[in-house]
Design a protein. Structure first.
Lengths: 563, 234
């Protein structure tokens, strides 16, 4: 026991000076030793970091990947979300469970193995997939009994290769990436000129919200308060999204250079890369890259970056929930305003950008905003990454200029697989909306998609062929949001549950009178009245499906949706 | 005298003091904006969203309890969208928890014509009563997660940090460290959580026992018995 305690103390000692903010790293460190957090371990962490016991319990309970009961030394997490379900993810889970004599979510009595279902693991182009401890198990084929285990491959295609110039061939070392020439150029400019250049480029956030990056930077640069922070949001968890995984594992220096430029522009001294725990295989790559950048003098003097790992909570991709998580709390989103630019992490001015957004920054600074704007359209300048998955011949990451049509993108991806017809495309992720063949000629720009009622979101293009049961797809989306709602505000806390219950029933073919309006009222209440973006978009796909296919939700006696 | 600002609420031009919330302004002018989680003594977190109002130019409804009145703001306290949200939230609450002792919410249900059977197949939050200390009982089937108890136990009042949250989303519940009984936590039995609970989920033990049909005499014996047991050395 004493040995155990000293082992625990050694593991959490580095986080002691951080206090409460060290809680998630300390819990991860403890879990690495014991595989779970016992009452005794939690008590030790409470004493060491001086965090109340009840609060520690609250944090462990919030995050799916912290366990307060013993789990196996080996944990297999099988993705059962939409993209994997199309490729028999449920069967993979069932097969593994029966092979090991376990039910989903169970652990063997000798604590050697746990098997559990998982929300989207961000490996959608390799579906069906699982995460086996820290390794990705991809392209699982039950019939042939084949799979790939280890670092996932990067399948990168498209008509241009700017953001993905170094992607698809393993990790680009600093030597291969070359000097941070854009940063060197930036350091010769005035910070306000960098902000002006980013504003002039028309760059908007690529994480889903599409907020103008330059305006964010300007706000934080002008805000009073220090220190200031730059955060890279790598909590990529939107079902169907895997672009940031590929950008970070194949070309980490592009993101780091983008963060360095942002830090200089706003006067930040500290940076965080907040990465989801479902990407454990990226961590060593990032550590190495950060050390290379320190060795070359880009980091460590005026600005340095710390990696923070999430613990299984989609909501932590919401910027203010992410701050709470860094601060060692449950990932509850905050009420806005105040906005992160003035009151971000630790209440200080903060710029938080998505990985892909940051990857655009070196490109803009190196060639100037005028040259950058020659890519894409006038209102949606620049290159864009699309995560293509589902029933296409060539799933993968596609880099194209803004303005290609959905038809052109699907052509590049070899069209619908197995010569089947297109039924629909889920656009923008679980928080997105469905498109059909009537949308094939819509140009993929912010303005054209908005006009067509489709969100670009995080760049998800998930394809469903004519044979797919859309009720099953909707049921899975319902389960995803019910699992991921943080529970803070009532519309989302109860709405995601009610939505899931109704979609479950409808998927079984049991439609009740009034379901269409019932589901619509829940959906619009979440959309209109929820506190954060999760709740406000949790019904988006369902509401779009109700417009496209009202017959799925109604008895003949029901009317059609009024809104 | 604080600066006055002008705004339009439900079509009426009104004046309000700078810094007041929309809820304060609306109530000052006799507008009925309902609240559930809001309490004068605790930090407003805008959880229940029953106080949402429609503010022109805003994409989504705004919680009146925290949004400050601003110059030229155009506010509707009972638009179609507002009514749909309030009604649906009330219907979802009623299909989730036991509202039998939440009189104010029952009035709101009537006011918004909320249908108690709107969600016939809803899984309700039902948990056994926790009766583990001499001072109060915890009946979380009646808990609507207003957070007030957690807040007064922490930095809104007592700095005791005995309770926090379990689970997440719909599964959220108020709980102690590893579900310990109250006497094994840092709880000092100050009673503040019981005082701010709006639904009878936290209730004085005596009141609970009276409701169970015990006489004051029986309760008094029970309490002395308990005290004696506690005094025995272990």
């Amino acid at each position: 026991m004493t040995d155990n305690h000293s082992q625990l103390f050694t593991a959490i000692e580095p986080y002691v000076p951080m206090g409460r903010s060290g809680l998630l790293p300390a819990l991860h460190a403890a879990q690495k030793i014991y595989h779970w957090i016992s009452e005794e371990t939690a008590t030790e962490i409470s004493k060491t970091l001086r965090v109340p016991l009840a609060d520690i319990h609250g944090v462990i309970e919030f995050y799916s990947l912290f366990y307060n009961e013993p789990i196996g030394k080996r944990v297999i997490r099988v993705c059962t979300d939409v993209a994997c379900a199309l490729k028999n993810g449920d069967e993979v889970l069932g097969h593994l469970c029966s092979h090991h004599g376990l039910k989903a979510g169970q652990t063997t009595p000798d604590l050697s193995l746990t098997i559990e279902p998982s929300p989207c693991l961000g490996l959608c182009e390799h579906a069906p997939v699982a995460l086996v401890n820290d390794e990705a198990e991809t392209n699982i084929n039950l019939e042939k009994d084949t799979y790939e285990l280890g670092r996932p491959l990067s399948w990168v295609y498209g008509s241009i290769r700017l953001l993905t110039a170094n992607c698809g061939n393993g990790t680009a070392s600093l030597e291969k990436y070359g000097e941070y020439t854009a940063l060197k150029k930036a350091l010769g400019m005035k910070p306000e000129d960098i902000v002006a250049e980013i504003k002039a480029s028309g760059l908007v956030g690529r994480g889903g919200a599409a907020f103008p990056t330059g305006i964010k930077w300007e706000g934080a640069a002008k805000a009073d308060g220090s220190p200031k922070y730059v955060i890279c949001n790598a909590d990529e968890s939107e079902p169907g999204t895997f672009k940031d995984r590929i950008l970070l594992i194949d070309d980490p220096h592009r993101t780091i250079e983008g963060m360095c430029i942002a830090a200089y522009a706003i006067g930040a001294t500290k940076g965080y890369i907040y990465i989801r725990a479902e990407y454990p295989y990226i961590l060593p790559v990032l550590e190495t890259a950060l050390n290379e950048a320190r060795g070359a003098g880009y980091l460590g003097k005026d600005f340095d970056i710390e990696i923070r790992v999430g613990a299984g909570a989609y909501i932590c991709g919401e910027e203010t929930a992410l701050f709470e998580s860094i601060e060692g709390k449950r990932g509850f989103p905050r009420v806005k305003p105040p906005f992160p630019t003035t009151h971000g992490v630790f209440g200080k001015p903060t710029v938080i950008n998505n990985v892909e957004t940051l990857c655009n920054v070196p490109l803009i600074i190196a060639q100037g905003s005028v040259e950058y704007r020659k890519i894409g359209t006038e209102k949606s300048p620049g290159p864009k990454l699309f995560c293509v998955s589902g029933d296409v011949t060539k799933p993968g990451l596609y880099e194209v200029p803004f303005g290609v049509t959905l038809r052109e993108l699907l052509d590049m991806a070899g069209d619908v697989a197995n010569e089947k017809k297109l039924q629909s495309v889920l656009f923008g992720g679980a928080a997105g909306a469905f498109a059909t063949s009537q949308h094939l000629d819509v140009k993929m720009t912010f303005e054209d998609l908005r006009a067509a009622g489709l969100p670009l979101g995080s760049g998800v293009v998930m394809v469903f062929d004519e044979t797919r049961d859309m009720r099953d797809v909707l049921k899975r989306l319902g389960h995803f949001f019910a699992h991921e709602s943080c529970g803070k505000c009532y519309p989302c806390q109860m709405g995601t549950q009610r939505q899931m219950e109704i979609l479950d029933r409808i998927a079984e073919g049991k439609v009740l009178e009034g379901d269409l309006i019932r589901l619509q009222d829940v959906g619009w209440t979440m959309t209109d009245a929820s506190l954060c973006g999760l709740g406000q978009t949790a019904a988006g796909a369902v509401l779009s499906a109700m417009k496209l296919w009202p017959e799925l939700f109604s008895l003949e006696s029901d009317g059609l949706p009024s809104k | 005298m604080a600066d006055k600002i002008n705004l339009i609420v439900d079509g009426n031009e009104i004046q309000a003091e700078q810094g007041k919330t929309l809820l304060e302004v609306a109530r000052e002018y006799g507008k009925d904006v309902p609240t559930i989680c809001y309490h004068d003594a605790t930090t407003a977190n805008a959880l229940c969203r029953i106080c949402v109002v429609e503010v022109e130019g805003q994409r989504v409804l705004q919680p009146a309890c925290i949004v400050k009145a601003a110059e030229n703001m155009k506010v509707q306290t009972r638009s179609e969208k507002v009514i749909r949200s309030r009604k649906t939230i009330l219907e979802m609450l009623d299909s989730t928890m036991d509202l039998s002792e939440a009189a104010e919410i029952q009035v709101m249900m009537k006011d918004y014509e909320a249908d108690p059977n709107r969600f016939p197949d809803a899984e309700r939050r039902e948990v056994p009563v926790k009766d583990d200390n001499p001072m109060y009982i915890r009946d979380y089937s009646k808990c609507l997660l207003c957070w007030r108890c957690v807040q007064v136990c922490a930095d809104d009042a007592q700095y005791t940090f005995a309770i926090n949250f379990e689970g997440r989303g719909y599964e959220t519940q108020i709980g102690t460290f590893f579900d310990k009984a109250i006497p094994e936590t840092t709880c000092v039995l100050c009673g503040q959580c019981v005082g701010v609970c709006p639904t009878g989920a936290l209730k004085p033990k005596r009141e609970f026992l009276l409701e169970q049909g015990m006489s004051p005499n029986e309760i008094s014996v029970l309490n002395t018995g308990r005290k004696r047991r506690k005094e025995k050395p272990t």
